[in-house]
Design a protein around this ligand. Structure first.
Ligand code: GAR
Length: 203
């Protein structure tokens, strides 16, 4: 059974979908802990599912490195096989990435490499894109630049707002994330830090 730590910053709707999937006894992964960089609303889901949680408050540290060292220490208490960033809105320090790579994955609301960063949905709209998407990637030292594990296009509709588009992307993210975790747990998908090797469009 693959053990998973999930890190969030926000409402945790994707986390919730993951918790629902993992509640199925047939699901080959177990969420053992949920962490956040602040008192995120999504921590409610941890409580609802009786899963331990921790907060490493971004504001309480003087540097990204110091925050990352504490996050690393918290993760090491739980020793998860896989760390999932599900809406963690912080760049991780290189030391933390090096410690957990390649067993650390991220879900992003755009069809990478287009529109990386904290505002993937807003940036796609601002660029006038007619389609964007969802991606699940391995975290590396860059900004949403790691190997792509799964991705799918989502159409931008006339009149879309950031909220309406994001709400249409999230169900796709959830499906991709759950499927990626299932495939990692089943040994069907082997994580590697080598960029590009798993990109669906590289074949
Ligand atoms: C998700 O769309 C996730 O991809 C995004 O934050 C949202 C969290 O939603 N993450 C990023 O943009 C990271 N660059 P949720 O809190 O409702 O699950």
């Amino acid at each position: 059974m693959l053990t998973v730590a999930v890190l969030i910053s926000g409402t945790g709707s994707n986390l919730r979908a993951l918790l629902d999937a993992a509640a199925d006894p047939g699901f080959p992964a177990r969420i053992i802990v949920i962490g956040a960089d602040r008192e995120a609303d999504g921590l409610f889901h941890a409580e609802a599912f009786g899963i331990p949680s921790f907060v490493v408050p971004w504001d309480a540290f003087e540097s990204r490195e110091a925050w990352g060292a504490e996050l690393d220490a918290q993760l090491k208490v739980w020793q998860p096989d896989l760390v999932v960033l599900s809406g963690l809105m912080r760049l991780l320090p290189q030391t933390l990435v090096a410690e957990w790579a390649p067993n650390i994955i991220n879900t992003h609301p755009a069809y990478l490499p287009a529109f990386p960063g904290a505002h993937g949905v807003r940036d796609a709209l601002a660029a006038g894109a007619t389609q964007t998407g969802a991606s699940v990637i391995v975290v590396d030292d860059g900004v949403d630049s790691g190997p792509i594990l799964a991705q799918e296009h989502v159409a931008v509709h006339p009149g879309d707002t950031e909220t309406s588009l994001h709400e249409r992307i999230k169900p796709v993210e959830r499906r991709l994330l759950i499927d990626v975790i299932r495939r990692i747990a089943g040994g069907e998908l082997v994580l590697s830090a080598r960029a590009g090797s798993t990109r669906p469009d590289s074949h």
